[in-house]
Design a protein around this ligand. Sequence first.
Ligand code: HEC
Length: 218
Amino acid sequence: MFEGKSGVLLVGGLGFFAFAFLSNAVVPMLMYRDLPEQTTAELVAKNSNLMYQFEELSYRYPEQFKQHFGEPTTDQCAEALRLGRQIYVSEGCWHCHSQFVRPVSREEDRWGPVSATWEYQNELQRPVMFGTRRVGPDLCREGGRRSNDWHAAHFYRPKLTSAASPMPEYPWLFDGAPDKPNRRGLALITYVQWLGSWLESYPDYEAYQPLAERLKEK
Ligand code: HEC
């Protein structure tokens, strides 16, 4: 049978499968075997950008925060991140948002630095949320781009901030009103603010410059 057309296709097909498995699974596994995977607690401990946002939530929504997370400690922040990621997965946010700035089409002008391997070497990236569809913008540099209350209003009803938005509403992340995010709402905001918070490019509000001005300087 190996001499016939179907035999050639079979051997070719198996060969390419084996090659793909080798190059896409075995080689990366061997390359990154010695790179330690960071836990969520480790990610939080070194991340003042994120703790700034988490504390800001506790000032902005004192009653809600106290009830759902108590004090803005690093342990609570780690818990919020894990929960936030679960909600991101379960609500299907990744159907419409990627988390990967690609090195093509000048994506970095729009979203920030191209994604690098080390950024995905941690507990919160298992499995990774690269995504392929982009009904909405890429989110891996979303942290710090908007304020916490912007996210709250947007999750409550996206049309409040973006008039023509096709993004669904998520009222169940709130105890009734957009200024009352519940445990899940606070967790999701924390998660979104975390995205990209490990980079130096995380916005520094005092140094912030609108895109038009940054492009002029180039
Ligand atoms: C049906 C597709 C769709 C789904 C599902 C969706 N989004 Fe969106 N999202 C969009 C679109 C389109 C925009 C751009 C318009 C806007 O701002 O609402 C957007 C905007 C955003 C922004 C603002 C980005 C920026 O800075 O301008 C954030 C943050 C966001 N989405 C997070 C989420 C999260 C978290 C979820 C899951 C709870 C989610 N999205 C689910 C389509 C979607």
